[in-house]
Write a protein that binds this ligand. Structure first.
Ligand code: SIN
Length: 270
């Protein structure tokens, strides 16, 4: 589509575009909103530079895309429960999102997407990588596509969050979703399993499930499906969680990398 009110610079052939000509700290015009929705659909993850987002502006931008979700495992800010701090420094024992994942696929209705704003970044390193699950699906052989058709998989939050937050009384979500989902906006098919949450394909023996999932995770790691984002202070990344995975690279210890994330609620995958 042609973009009249925003500038769109694709970063790779398959995924990712940098968006210019908008100021996310102020209310957006209706045509800008339409075009940003379209850019997200077209590029799966979109990036903005030089956007010193306050919490209210951050939430207002997220709400243009849907309700904001509360994270079931990570507490939000005291006055802004919809905002989660993403922070690493010399005291950190782990960071959020070190392994390939889509956000919260353990939920019955996994998020539509997440909007990450970084105010402090290391001088070098600390990139985020994104993978197109459309590209990963489309590159599968026809035989593998036929094999995966109709399969479902279990996505479990317990093994992700319990080691980090061992609260005996708390049960983290666990849900079943199709292995290949159809994007509700674009109608395109996307692979929908990830190494963080997906533990089991339901319709086949366990050994076969393990082998097929291992193959699919290895397949998704192909750089041909990826874009790598180099942060600067006050950059924003907005990914469509329904058709991407991402991974935060922790190559900057003990330096500080810090920002905030809102998550836009999604719907039941089909
Ligand atoms: C996340 O998985 O939401 C964190 C991504 C990042 O810090 O780059």
């Amino acid at each position: 589509m042609a973009y009249d009110c925003i500038e769109v610079r694709p970063l790779t052939r398959r995924i990712g575009a940098e968006i210019g000509g908008v100021d996310l700290t102020r209310p957006l015009g209706s045509q800008q909103q339409v075009e940003i929705h379209q850019a997200l659909a077209d590029y799966q993850v979109i990036f903005f530079r030089d956007q010193p987002l306050g919490h209210e502006a951050h939430k207002a931008f997220g709400r243009l895309f849907g309700d904001l979700a509360i994270h079931p495992g990570v507490a939000g800010l005291v006055d802004h429960p919809e905002i989660v701090a993403i922070h690493a420094d010399a005291e950190s024992k782990y960071i959020a999102g070190e392994n390939w994942h889509s956000d919260l696929t353990c939920n019955a209705e996994p998020p539509l997407g997440s909007i990450l704003y970084m105010h402090t970044v290391p001088r070098d390193g600390g990139d985020t990588m994104f993978a197109s699950m459309y590209a990963a699906y489309e590159a599968l052989s026809d035989r593998m596509k036929a094999y995966l058709e109709g399969l479902t998989a279990v996505h479990d939050g317990d093994h992700v969050y319990r080691p980090l937050f061992p609260d005996l009384d708390k049960r983290y979500p666990c849900n079943t979703h199709p292995v290949v989902r159809t994007h509700p906006v674009t109608g395109r098919k996307a692979l929908f399993v990830n190494a963080s949450y997906t533990i089991r394909i339901n319709e086949v023996p366990e050994e076969e499930s393990d082998a097929v999932l291992a193959y699919l995770y290895q397949h998704c790691a192909n750089p041909n499906f990826h874009v790598r984002f180099r942060w600067r202070p006050h950059s924003v990344a907005f990914w469509d969680n329904r058709c991407t995975q991402h991974l935060a690279v922790w190559d900057y210890f003990p330096d500080v990398r810090s920002g905030f994330r809102v998550t836009v609620a999604g719907d039941k995958p089909f």
